[in-house]
Design a protein around this ligand. Structure first.
Ligand SMILES: NC(=O)c1ccc[n+]([C@@H]2O[C@H](COP(=O)([O-])OP(=O)(O)OC[C@H]3O[C@@H](n4cnc5c(N)ncnc54)[C@H](OP(=O)(O)O)[C@@H]3O)[C@@H](O)[C@H]2O)c1
Length: 284
């Protein structure tokens, strides 16, 4: 059985009859479009996509066999679930354009950073379900994590569909909207923080004599393996850390250096600063 076939079976969830439009099929929208098709969540004829440039529409259409245009209103009219994937500042004008297609039966699923569900509800002008999502870049490898939060008119079924949609690119978690800036600061910005840690570990490996490619492999796989230990054992990270820390051994000496260098506090401050910045962006 091919890996792709295993993926599809494991997901076990197609959405027959549901039509989905992605308005703004750039980096993140494109990752989602590919994931929907790869996982058989949706077939080509259940999908509509839009972009700004007609030539890009042609390229995407040829690449994926999906109807890709620059006509947001037409795509929105055909869809039950409308994904909003343009830049945050473009959201108000996009909603203005698709307003004639919006009815209470439709679901708007926005993954634009910092744009509140209340702002989208207000612009939409009718009582329809608005769900906000914050994915992160490991979505590219279906290893992302997406936080979702519900607006005022969202049913359990609509949230379940949104989760199914984002589970094609990784894990999902549902939070209160008040936590979305914190999500942005932690899992949105987090990959950049982790890359710096991996880069530093690899640099350290080179410093103690390892070839760079070996050092990078060791650092990255150690990060991946440690993350899997946390997720799959369910043990507290401190317990897992204690388990590799032999009395009077090497690891405890390394940990002392980390504590002296303030790694823990620095990471906490980094997430706090990124969260604060996300709040500022939301306020314009
Ligand atoms: N990238 C990430 O990791 C990430 C993570 C979380 C959230 N987000 C959010 O995702 C959204 C998109 O980000 P991105 O990184 O994917 O940006 P991007 O690659 O620049 O994609 C934006 C897309 O919107 C299209 N577009 C622009 N104006 C349009 C219009 N009037 N109608 C239809 N399509 C239009 C562009 O079309 P053309 O291709 O023709 O220019 C482009 O395909 C942002 O709101 C961002 O906050 C992104």
């Amino acid at each position: 059985m091919s890996e792709e076939a295993i993926d599809t079976t494991a997901l076990g969830s197609t959405m027959p009859g549901v039509k989905v439009a992605i308005l703004g099929t750039g980096k993140m929208g494109g990752i989602l479009l590919q994931a929907f098709l790869k996982n058989n969540l949706l077939s080509e004829d259940q999908l509509f996509a839009t972009v700004h440039h007609p030539e890009r529409a042609q390229v995407l259409s040829a690449q994926f066999g999906v109807e890709v245009t620059t006509d947001n209103l037409a795509a929105a009219r055909q869809a039950d679930v409308i994904l909003l994937g343009v830049k945050p500042l473009q959201i108000p004008s996009l909603i203005e354009t698709i307003r004639p297609a919006l009815t209470p039966e439709k679901t708007l699923l926005s993954f634009a950073a910092s744009v509140k569900t209340s702002a989208i509800e207000e612009a939409a002008g009718c009582d329809l379900a608005v769900i906000r999502a914050m994915p992160n870049t490991p979505a590219t490898l279906a290893a992302g994590v997406t936080a979702l939060c519900a607006g005022r008119f969202v049913s359990t079924g609509q949230m379940a569909i949104a989760q199914k949609i984002f589970q094609t690119v990784g894990r999902t978690v549902v939070v209160d909207e008040k936590h979305m800036d914190a999500v942005t600061g932690l899992s949105g910005s987090g990959p950049a923080f982790i890359y710096i840690i991996i880069e530093a570990l690899a640099e350290a490996g080179v410093n103690v004599g390892l070839p760079r490619d070996v050092a990078t492999l060791l650092a990255a796989q150690t990060t991946l393996g440690s993350a899997r230990m946390v997720l799959e054992t369910g043990y507290h990270p401190a317990l897992l850390k204690d388990a590799v820390t032999t009395p009077a051994g090497c690891t405890v000496d390394g940990i002392l250096e980390l504590e002296e260098g303030g790694l823990r506090v620095t990471l906490i401050k980094a997430v706090k600063r990124a969260t604060q910045r996300a709040k500022e962006l939301a306020n314009g």
